[in-house]
Design a protein around this ligand. Structure first.
Ligand code: LLP
Length: 421
């Protein structure tokens, strides 16, 4: 459920007409709903009630500080995957003890930054990383809390580019080697081995892969405890999918997921962490764009809009579907036509949808991409020298620009022409 609904014939973000935001900030832009962000956070928090837990929002999904502060003020922790994300989370007021550091390639500088600033735990992904972390911690006179990310070799049944839990993926250490690697970690003075981490992929619409992975984690917990490790925290990753087709999809709910966690892991008495990104931010954001031209092709009509693949890359990169709806509500039973909906970037991959049914549209009208809150703005670029588009946050009847559109000069003047040229 989200808070982008038609009221009186117009699309609203909570209590603000989307067209009013467009008039104020220009198109294209992203707009997020505070109520939806918080609703999704609380659904997870409630799903794990009865177990000691922390919901660590995977901020890679949407990392604007206003979003982080919204969630952080509600009690969320953060899952970060770079020094930049760590700094951004801290800048938004998230304390170090609520930040977990994931990622396969943490650099020495990033490790030092987090150890200095405070960190809840590092999710270690390889033996060489473990050595580096141990050496840095010892050098700083600190002990780094860690989990080790295990790769359970489970098929997440999602898009190949976002599956992470198979043996062929670069993530974690093979679960078959876990006991040896934990033994090595346990012997390192600079590390405090507190738990196990697992994350098998993103946009999972079936609970079964989670179940297989978590059963393996439960087994491993018992084995490691028998080996003398004090396993007391389980980080279960993110990955729960969202309905991208509003009309005909019903992926499992956070409450179903929470029941699964309790069933598979509840008996172990561990503190549970989860790292959802998409389910918190995805349906909390729209990308809004204006139709520039309606163009007659040989055998089809193109809706050419001012948003492009550099602003929202998911369709080009993952063949992802986003519902695209007019900002003026179509009259009930109104005529439908089919469009290829494309952006102005100079490659055919800049296509958002093919043969998409829409009411007839005209230049100057607005469309909204649903489910664009996660992996939208964060994956945008300035390809074709198109400035990054603004982000707007709505709360009730208020809205604010939370990242403004840079001027062309700001964008262009980041380049330096060498003196010798
Ligand atoms: N934890 C770890 C270690 C992750 O790698 C990810 C996502 C998450 C948590 C959050 O997963 P979520 O709950 O959002 O599914 N750009 C792609 C998605 C990439 C996901 C990467 N890792 C897309 O637009 O679909």
């Amino acid at each position: 459920m989200d808070h982008f609904l038609y009221k009186n014939g117009a699309l609203y973000a909570e209590d603000v007409p989307v067209a009013e935001i467009a008039a104020a900030v220009g198109t294209p832009f992203y707009v997020y709903s505070t109520a939806t962000l918080l609703r999704h956070y609380h659904l997870f928090d409630e799903a794990l009630s009865g177990m000691e837990h922390l919901v660590c929002y995977a901020m890679k999904a949407a990392s604007n500080q206003a979003i982080l502060k919204t969630l952080g003020d509600a009690g969320a922790g953060m899952d970060v995957v770079s020094g930049g994300e760590y700094r951004r989370a801290r800048a938004a007021g998230i304390p170090g003890e609520r930040i977990v550091f994931s990622g396969v390639g943490k650099t020495a500088d990033e490790i030092r930054l987090a150890l200095e600033g405070g960190i809840r735990q590092f999710n270690v992904e390889s033996e060489p990383e473990m050595d580096v972390l141990n050496a840095i911690a010892l050098g700083m006179g600190k002990v780094a809390p860690i989990t080790i990310r295990v790769n359970p070799d489970v098929d997440a049944k999602t898009h190949a580019k976002i599956a992470t839990g198979k043996a062929e993926n670069k993530f974690g250490i093979p679960i078959s080697r876990a006991k040896d690697v934990y033994a090595m970690a346990g012997a390192m003075e600079g590390l405090d081995v507190i738990g196990i981490d697992v994350h098998i992929g993103s946009q999972l619409t079936d609970l079964q892969p989670f179940e297989l992975a978590y059963e393996k984690v439960a087994e491993l917990t018992e084995e490691l405890r028998a080996d003398g490790h004090n396993i007391r925290r389980l980080d279960l990753g993110g990955g729960l999918g969202i309905p991208y087709h509003q009309s005909n999809e019903a992926p499992p709910l956070p409450s179903d997921y929470g029941a699964l966690v309790k069933r598979t892991l509840g008996h172990l008495g561990c503190e549970i962490e989860i790292e959802p990104g998409r389910l918190i931010a995805g349906n909390a954001g729209l990308m809004v764009s204006e139709v520039i031209y309606v163009k007659e092709g040989e055998d089809r009509e193109f809706l050419i809009i001012d948003g492009a693949m550099n602003d929202l890359i998911r369709p080009a990169m993952y063949e992802a579907h986003h519902d695209i709806i007019p900002v003026v509500e179509p009259a009930a039973g109104s005529e439908q036509t089919k469009y290829d909906i494309v952006g102005p970037v100079c490659e055919s991959g800049d296509t958002f949808a093919k043969h998409r049914s829409m009411p007839p549209m005209q230049a100057g009208e607005l469309v909204a991409f649903r489910s664009a809150g996660a992996y939208g703005a964060v994956m945008s670029s300035e390809y074709n020298s198109r400035p990054l588009i603004p982000e707007v946050l709505v709360k009730g009847d208020q809205f604010a620009v939370i990242r403004r559109r840079p001027t062309f000069d700001e964008m262009i003047n980041r380049d330096t022409i060498p003196e010798w040229l």
